[in-house]
Design a protein around this ligand. Structure first.
Ligand SMILES: Cc1cc2nc3c(=O)[nH]c(=O)nc-3n(C[C@H](O)[C@H](O)[C@H](O)COP(=O)(O)OP(=O)(O)OC[C@H]3O[C@@H](n4cnc5c(N)ncnc54)[C@H](O)[C@@H]3O)c2cc1C
Ligand SMILES: *[C@@H]1O[C@H](CO)[C@@H](O)[C@H](O)[C@H]1NC(C)=O
Ligand SMILES: *[C@@H]1O[C@H](CO)[C@@H](O)[C@H](O)[C@H]1NC(C)=O
Ligand SMILES: *[C@@H]1O[C@H](CO)[C@@H](O)[C@H](O)[C@H]1NC(C)=O
Ligand SMILES: *[C@@H]1O[C@H](CO)[C@@H](O)[C@H](O)[C@H]1NC(C)=O
Ligand SMILES: *[C@@H]1O[C@H](CO)[C@@H](O)[C@H](O)[C@H]1NC(C)=O
Length: 533
């Protein structure tokens, strides 16, 4: 018998117990840790989903926009946490770090490569899903709004319009994209030529850093505040809310869509559009959506180019602007839909005519499909001959979509280094190459190869050194961090495409705020390697 209280017993106990302690299931350790760093009485088991939970798959898929990353072959998180308030996020950052659980953060799940909910290499991982952090408070008197990251574009637009018919916000065209990822990577919509990006209109933010601290602009400092407005999500911390500046919109705006096929002179017209589009009146945004269509029941195909536009003014003034700047389109009064700003956002988002804006409150995600996409920036017009070559490439896949989005206006007035988003002066338009499909049996590689082939074909006609790309159109073909030992050299390949020289400042900020690279993914900003600090 060993007398109680003896040091030998204590040592024995420690030896016996410690292996047991560490082998407690990770779930139990997480549930034990979380309340220590949040309200102690909060039942975290009600917001933590494990793989065994019957709702696990539906919660995981709830906002996964690219169906490719929901297949059973894709790695699944060990846990999903759905925080209800900021303190829950603070706790999960601290506990994931302590327990060595890799963390991914998701707001709206629109990441083209699924990085907000899939970790290919690092396991186990937890998805912190911010869909429930979606409150919006609009302050018309001060021309601003606080919007939490899980709120969608549609919800923000609707809440602004409830309070004022002459205020808006220049975020994306797609109504289900969320504020979290979108503003982190820039965020453009039909008002970018007048007011710049969503990120250009952010005046304050709340972020939870790697130590679990909740910081506002003053606390985080101007370097980090700069980095999070365009440096892309998942590298610096977890943003919980943005304070945005509202912008004036006229009570009457005008939208239209005019479609021309090859037979109607689409190629020449698109060449003309490219020459003038970045010089147009700032109130006017005309993007071109390029698709293929059947001409006849015999399967003969053509190219359709749809000029999809929004004008910050009434139809009469629009017709004058068009007559002066782009008469070749032949816009008529009958083509024009004069409406208010909120209805124009419903139209631009692609809902059927006369859909009431309340559709934005349903937060549904229509038309989810499998897709692969890439982006480019054009500095000069793509010649008619080159366009004809592009039309041939488009006929090699079933339902391709190429979109030319005009820049110029305010986009050229903001300097390249004002935010991390560098595609400013000298950019005529952005290009999106997209292929989507619905059938799970479709060959994924075929579609991926197609986007690579088109991208390859376009090389001579777009930006070079670096070949620029939009970080919110994430594309893993551009390069990847290998693993937690993110390599600065590897990352600078994709990093300079997305951010040009701003990449180096982003690395600098990252090194300061998260030197151990806790917040990371395949294309996150790496900290400087130790020997370079
Ligand atoms: C159908 C569709 C339409 C689109 N239309 C537009 C458009 O009109 N304009 C435009 O600019 N873009 C558009 N995009 C791109 C979109 O802006 C990006 O995919 C954006 O990153 C999505 O944000 P999210 O919160 O919905 O996505 P998520 O997948 O949740 O997040 C994207 C990235 O940001 C990180 N992240 C998410 N939340 C946070 C947070 N709170 N703090 C820190 N990091 C975070 C994620 O980890 C991930 O790396 C579109 C995308 C799709 C799929
Ligand atoms: C699933 O997880 C949720 C959230 O933690 C919890 O409320 C629910 O009881 C769980 N259901 C099952 C069947 O485990
Ligand atoms: C076009 O024609 C092809 C061949 O006849 C057919 O398979 C396809 O479904 C048609 N597409 C559309 C959009 O009608
Ligand atoms: C906006 O759309 C709603 C729903 O279709 C319609 O009732 C309303 O009249 C529209 N407003 C304007 C100004 O067009
Ligand atoms: C990652 O690193 C390993 C070992 O350093 C190497 O073998 C592998 O090719 C790298 N993978 C990528 C995608 O770079
Ligand atoms: C990272 O690098 C360290 C030291 O070189 C090595 O021990 C470790 O295994 C690497 N980690 C990964 C995930 O490759």
């Amino acid at each position: 018998m060993v007398p109680s209280g003896s040091p030998i017993l204590s040592i024995l106990l420690i030896l016996l117990l410690s292996p047991f302690m560490v082998s407690l299931p990770i779930q139990d350790r997480l549930l034990k840790c979380l309340p220590k760093y949040s309200e102690s009485s909060f039942p975290f088991s009600t917001i933590l989903y494990t793989q065994k939970n019957s709702s696990f798959i539906s919660v995981l898929q709830s906002s996964a926009q690219n169906v490719r990353f929901t297949l059973s072959s894709v790695p699944k998180p060990e846990f999903i946490l759905t925080p209800l308030q900021e303190s829950h996020i603070q706790a999960v950052v601290i506990c994931s770090r302590k327990l060595g659980i890799h963390l991914r953060v998701r707001s709206g799940g629109h990441d083209f490569e699924g990085l907000s909910y899939v970790s290919e290499i690092e396991t186990p991982f937890i998805v912190v899903d911010l869909a429930k952090l979606r409150s919006i408070s609009v302050d018309i008197e001060h021309n601003s709004a606080w919007v939490q990251v899980g709120a969608t574009n549609g919800e923000l637009y609707y809440r602004i319009s409830e309070k004022s018919k002459t205020r808006g916000f220049p975020a994306g065209t797609c109504s289900s994209v969320c504020m979290g990822g979108q503003i982190s990577g820039g965020g453009y919509g039909v008002m970018l030529r007048k007011y710049g990006l969503a990120a250009d209109n952010v005046v304050d933010a709340h972020i939870i850093d790697v130590h679990g601290r909740l910081l506002d602009r003053k606390d985080m400092g101007e370097d980090l505040f700069w980095a999070i407005r365009g440096g892309a999500g998942g590298s610096f911390g977890i943003v919980t809310a943005w304070k945005v500046k509202l912008v004036p919109v006229p009570s009457a705006v005008t939208v239209f869509t005019v479609t021309k096929t090859l037979e109607q002179g689409a190629t020449k017209l698109l060449y003309r559009w490219q020459q003038i589009v970045d010089q147009l009146d700032k109130d006017l945004f005309i993007r071109v959506q390029i698709q293929t269509a059947n001409v006849s029941s015999q399967g003969k195909r053509t190219i359709t180019t749809s000029y999809n536009a929004m004008f910050l003014g009434d139809a009469n003034r629009l017709l004058q602007v068009m007559k002066h700047s782009f008469p070749e389109l032949g816009l008529t009064r009958q083509d024009c839909i004069e409406t208010n700003w909120i209805n124009s956002t419903v139209y631009i988002a692609g809902f059927a005519n006369n859909t009431p804006p309340e559709v934005f409150l349903q937060r549904t995600y229509p038309n989810r499909e499998y897709f692969k996409a890439k982006s480019d920036y054009a500095k000069k017009p793509v010649s008619e001959k080159a366009l004809e070559g592009l039309w041939e490439k488009l006929s090699e896949v079933e339902s391709p979509l190429v979109v030319f989005t005009p820049y110029g206006g305010m986009m050229s007035q903001i300097s390249e280094s004002q935010t991390p988003f560098p595609h400013r002066k000298g950019t005529k338009f952005m290009i999106l190459y997209y292929t989507g499909w619905l059938d799970a049996k479709e060959n994924v590689a075929k579609h991926i190869d197609w986007t690579r082939m088109v991208y390859n074909y376009m090389t001579p006609y777009v930006s070079k050194n670096p070949r620029e790309a939009y970080v919110n159109y994430r594309d893993l073909d551009l390069g990847m961090n290998n693993n937690s030992n993110a390599s600065f050299v590897e990352a600078s390949v994709f990093g300079t495409k997305y951010f040009k020289d701003n990449f180096y400042r982003l690395v600098h900020v990252k090194t300061k705020v998260d030197p151990d690279n806790f917040f990371r993914h395949e294309q996150s900003i790496p900290p400087l390697p130790l020997h370079m600090r």
